[in-house]
Design a binder for this molecule. Structure first.
Ligand SMILES: Nc1nc2c(c(=O)[nH]1)N[C@H]1C(S)=C(S)[C@@H](COP(=O)(O)O)O[C@H]1N2
Ligand SMILES: [Mo]
Length: 261
């Protein structure tokens, strides 16, 4: 016959229960705290990325930034629209910020041409009269600068998608990136194609119903509401398409390459 040993469960006094809970709490605190500290030290001492299209972040951090960008890009795609406002909400005293590549006061607007690389060796040369012929799109949105200010602004111009369709840049638009630069090449931005083809992305030649002023990027500047101000290139001189990330002025200085909103 089998004998069963009765299992006696020790009855704990309230003091013992408290002690046990305290012990578990402290143990959890040290284990998790240690893991967090270890992770932080690991990140701190991780090698910095090789300066190139992006710079200034440690390798694992950049990997995480790139991954999260892809995640959000797939999640929202380019169908999410930036919020728009009635025209009377737009600022009349529009803030000016940054003049890299547009400092030259002798810049000749009349001889300005937009150069667009099409196919292997063709360069389209487009003037303002050509651009004004294309369908005009207006937008009133909250312009956001990474430095911490924002302002509701009113812009008008041609949608980049309308421009692409008109100039038959359809093969180009199948590529992954668009690069834009000032005529002197001193300020330049790289854009993922989704954002470039976003319906609110426009090549703007008017601000508050008037031609864009020199300090705001005359005669033509980029307005891309799904990105921070740094991507809104003033005075576009060249547009090109590629499957590699184009150089980007602020990404080279350590800012996030995508700078999306
Ligand atoms: N060519 C050029 N474009 C530029 C910049 C610049 O310095 N040079 N600064 C960028 C930044 S940081 C911002 S916030 C916006 C400001 O545009 P705004 O001067 O029209 O307000 O332009 C962007 N485009
Ligand atoms: Mo900015």
């Amino acid at each position: 016959m089998k004998t069963y040993k009765k299992k006696v469960r020790k009855v704990l006094t309230p003091e013992q229960k408290i002690k046990r809970r305290n012990f578990i709490s402290f143990l959890t605190f040290f284990v998790l705290g240690g893991a967090a500290f270890g992770g932080w030290k690991w990140l701190l001492h991780a090698p910095e990325e090789t300066p190139g299209v992006t710079a200034g972040a440690s390798k694992p951090l950049r990997r995480a930034l790139n991954k999260s960008e892809l995640f959000f890009r797939n999640l929202f795609s380019h169908k999410h629209l930036a919020r728009t406002y009635p025209i009377d909400r737009a600022a009349t005293d529009v803030r000016v910020n940054g003049d890299i590549g547009i400092e030259d006061e002798d810049f000749d607007q009349d001889n300005w041409r937009l150069s667009v690389a099409r196919g292997k060796k063709e360069i389209l040369s487009v003037n303002m009269a050509d651009i004004r012929q294309l369908p005009k799109t207006e937008i009133v949105f909250d312009f956001k600068c990474v430095e911490g200010w924002d302002q509701i602004q009113h812009w008008a111009g041609v949608r980049l998608t309308d421009f692409i369709a008109h100039y038959k840049l359809l093969e180009e638009a199948k590529m992954q990136y668009v690069g834009m630069a000032t005529p002197n090449g001193e300020y330049y931005v790289g854009l993922d194609m989704e954002s470039a083809l976003h319906p609110q992305t426009i090549l703007a030649y008017e601000m508050n119903g008037q031609p864009v002023t020199p300090e705001h990027g005359a005669p033509l500047r980029l307005i891309i509401p799904v990105k921070y101000g740094i991507k809104n290139l003033k005075r576009i001189g060249t547009i090109s398409f590629s499957n590699q990330r184009p150089p980007d002025y602020w990404a080279e200085q350590g800012y996030d390459y995508y700078s999306g909103l």
